[in-house]
Design a protein around this ligand. Sequence first.
Ligand code: AHM
Ligand code: MG
Length: 344
Amino acid sequence: MTPAHRIKTLTQFIVERQAQYPHAKGALTRLLNDIATAAKIVNREINAAGLVDILGYEGSDNIQGEAQKKLDVYANERFIEALKGGGECCAIASEENEKIISFQNEFSDLGKYVIAIDPLDGSSNIDANVSIGTVFSIYRRRSESGPGVLEDMLQPGVNLVAAGYVIYGSSTMLVYTTGKGVNGFTLDPSVGIFCLSHPDMRFPETANIYSINEGNYIYFPEGIKRYLKYCQEDDPATLRPFTSRYIGSMVADFHRNLIKGGIFMYPGTKKQPSGKLRLLYECNPVAFIAEQAGGKASDGIRRIMEIQPKTLHQRAPFFVGPKAMVEKVEVLLKTYSSEELHIK
Ligand code: AHM
Ligand code: MG
């Protein structure tokens, strides 16, 4: 067992990191703490979901036309509340809200950050007790002062100051990066504290997992079909056939692949050329973490983090994982799907 004096809490960790920057005023530290606090409250509610009969459709559709579960709404409210109350952020973009939420309270001139968040990703899994997650992106605002505006949000991933996710699984973890590696913290539920459990996370050298909703196979571009066949070929030297694993919760699928070694894919199809996942608050934060863990994230052609977003809820095809795996997908897309996808 780890001796108590060696346990490092999330708060200690981010304060220590901040101390390396003498001019930092602690705003990012407070912001990350606000997110961690909201995550703990959401975690408590998720764990109690089966007990308090909170499951079920809220009755409203979110702006993508999907039915919202009560916990989606609850999580959205908790994160907005925590971030608004903290005063370090001047606007939030959430999967659950069509427009950005700008803060117009007494803090409106103080917050120099904006947050894009999916408060509860994979929420269709809740009633089956399957892992779900929260995903967040933190940007420095572009506007000078006052409530945040849309332009503050429409920034490419390369401008990210920090990003992370919380996975509500067999244990609850917060994983984040500020561009200096990736660190993971596990919640000790008995005391309600996130403790450093996964320092300096990296994709393993060997990887043999692929994650994709293969039910969409007939709609996939030819390059993706070829990649799936490649994954299923017999070649022990390259660990093939690979293992197929798909939970249907991006955070959980990505987290497993980060730890065990694998690629997560959500391609575009003829019906949905941009795929399903949203650039600002699903692809970009996970891409930042993947790159910081030695991996790669692509829309099949471009680096995800270099895409200039045009709208708040825009989607992007998403391929993320160890570099070699993502590059193989890119090559096959270029070879077999350049006309379908207009790859130059
Ligand atoms: P959501 O934001 O509505 O929960 O949808 C996003 C989720 C991802 O977590 C997951 O990777 C994907 O949808 C699964 O989609 P599909 O059911 O089409 O495989
Ligand atoms: Mg989502």
